[in-house]
Write a protein that binds this ligand. Structure first.
Ligand SMILES: *[C@@H]1O[C@H](CO)[C@@H](O)[C@H](O)[C@H]1NC(C)=O
Length: 440
């Protein structure tokens, strides 16, 4: 897996992520200000409808750059991605002059039904064909500039209770998914506290750091569950998103720091950090700040917001740099241990540490590869109805990584990381011999 990750060329990697991540549908009530905009096509938001879909469209402060435009050439419509390609083809082949005239799109509101001298619309639209649609404004008058404030709310009605569900069809069960995972991490944190207490004689500073990471992950998932469930019910976030961003940010920083610290062997191999290892942290931590700012802008502006693509690129670039940077300390440690195994008397212990570090290196790479590439690939190939599966896949991979890290670096008298005396050296060489025999 590691080698295929390395074989992936950088550009296609970025491109894949960029294309794939466009498919994430955020669905909230959205307000958009359009000012003197000449664009022929303005996409607003994307949403996965069930058979009971609704769209509320409120336009206000409507004005045009020329006094009496042909209003039939202006309007809103819904369109799936596949049919959008067909519409483009129709326009190219001259079958239709304007996307609004195509029979493939679902017209929502044509401006020729606008009452004279009105400056606003309040329109309600029923969508009973389940699919993932994008709300688009078409302006088929080349010279015309349009200004307006648009409020769009897309939601599905629940089958029985007829309550509104503002989450897109494929992600409507996410609040429950996040809540379930937060319970799992809560259990892990409790188990870890118990372990720290039981093995308190062999506990190092890094073990408390690991506890902090798990607790932050729990809180992060809890806020995400509450945030999503609030959006599901009301269509807006109401502050839970702020808490979520704060915990995401802390969790991001501590997780990357933890991987660096474990990679350097800090606290159990040596009590200090070397200068170059400190430099890695000094690169990774500020970059995580940037990554989190980018994440906030990306989430809040939606896939068609201004500068969305720029921030997405910033985020991906920063993320890729961080992921590469955290691998260096592990590589340095492996190199040091290999040298030590040759020169030191305690060859066996060093070799076992080396094996564990190599394992950890592979697992970190697999974790990064899976959560970055495989998950985004999953997101693109799965139907909009099953978007939640990629979230579950990412969370399961993350959980596996946390469990692996905790299990291998748990406080334990006979953990080869902490083995120092002769007795343990002997035990280690016994085990190495055993492992050698198995390999033969
Ligand atoms: C938006 O339009 C819908 C449909 O006509 C209407 O029910 C709703 O009250 C309007 N909302 C606002 C904020 O004007």
């Amino acid at each position: 897996m590691a080698s295929s990750a390395a074989g992936f060329s950088g550009t296609s990697f970025l491109l894949l992520l960029l294309l794939a991540s466009i498919s994430i549908s955020t669905a909230e009530i959205r307000f958009t200000e359009i000012r003197s905009d000449p664009r022929p096509i303005i996409p607003f938001d994307e949403f996965g409808f069930t058979h009971n879909g609704r769209l509320e469209l409120n336009v206000s402060k409507l004005s045009f750059s020329s006094p009496d435009p042909d209003l039939s050439k202006l309007g809103f419509f819904l369109c799936t991605r596949d049919s959008w390609l067909q519409v483009l083809q129709q326009i190219e082949e001259g079958e239709v002059a304007c996307a609004l005239q195509s029979d493939i799109v679902k017209p929502v509101y044509n401006f020729n039904s606008l009452p004279k001298s009105a400056t606003g619309i309040n329109h309600f639209y029923l969508q009973s064909d389940s699919d993932q649609y994008t709300l688009v404004f078409a302006n088929c008058l080349p010279q015309l500039k349009v200004s307006m404030d648009v409020r769009s709310a897309m939601y599905n009605l629940d089958g029985r209770s007829k309550t509104r569900d503002y989450l897109s069809a494929g992600i409507t069960i996410l609040p429950r998914v996040y809540f379930l995972f937060s319970l799992i991490y809560f259990t892990l944190a409790a188990g870890w506290i118990y372990l720290l207490y039981k093995k308190r004689l062999t506990v190092f500073g890094i073990h408390f750091f690991m506890l902090a990471v798990v607790i932050l992950k729990t809180l992060n998932l809890l806020c995400e569950a509450e945030d999503k469930s609030y959006i599901k019910r009301t269509g807006s976030a109401h502050g839970w998103d702020v808490l979520f961003y704060i915990f995401s940010f802390l969790k991001g920083i501590t997780l990357f720091t933890l991987i660096v610290l474990i990679g350097t062997g800090w606290s159990f191999l040596k009590p200090y950090l070397q200068d170059k290892e400190k430099k890695v942290l000094m690169i990774v931590i500020p970059l995580q700040v940037v990554a989190n700012i980018a994440q906030v802008v990306i989430d809040e502006s939606g896939p068609y917001g201004q500068d969305w693509v720029t921030w997405k690129q910033v985020f991906l670039l920063v993320d890729v740099i961080c992921c590469c940077a955290i691998l260096f300390p592990i590589v340095w440690s492996i190199k040091n241990l290999r040298e030590a195994a040759r020169t030191d008397g305690k060859a066996a212990v060093n070799l076992m540490k080396l094996t564990l570090f190599r394992q950890y290196y592979v697992v970190v790479i697999c974790y990064i590869y899976f959560t970055r590439v495989v998950v985004y690939a999953l997101e693109t190939i799965t139907s909009y109805k099953y978007l939640w599966t990629s979230v579950v896949a990412a969370e399961l991979a993350t959980l596996a990584f946390y469990v692996f890290t905790g299990y291998n670096f748990k406080p334990e008298a006979h953990n080869p990381y902490f083995a120092i005396d002769d007795e343990e050296e002997e035990a280690a060489s016994e085990q190495l011999k055993l492992e050698d025999e198995f390999e033969l």
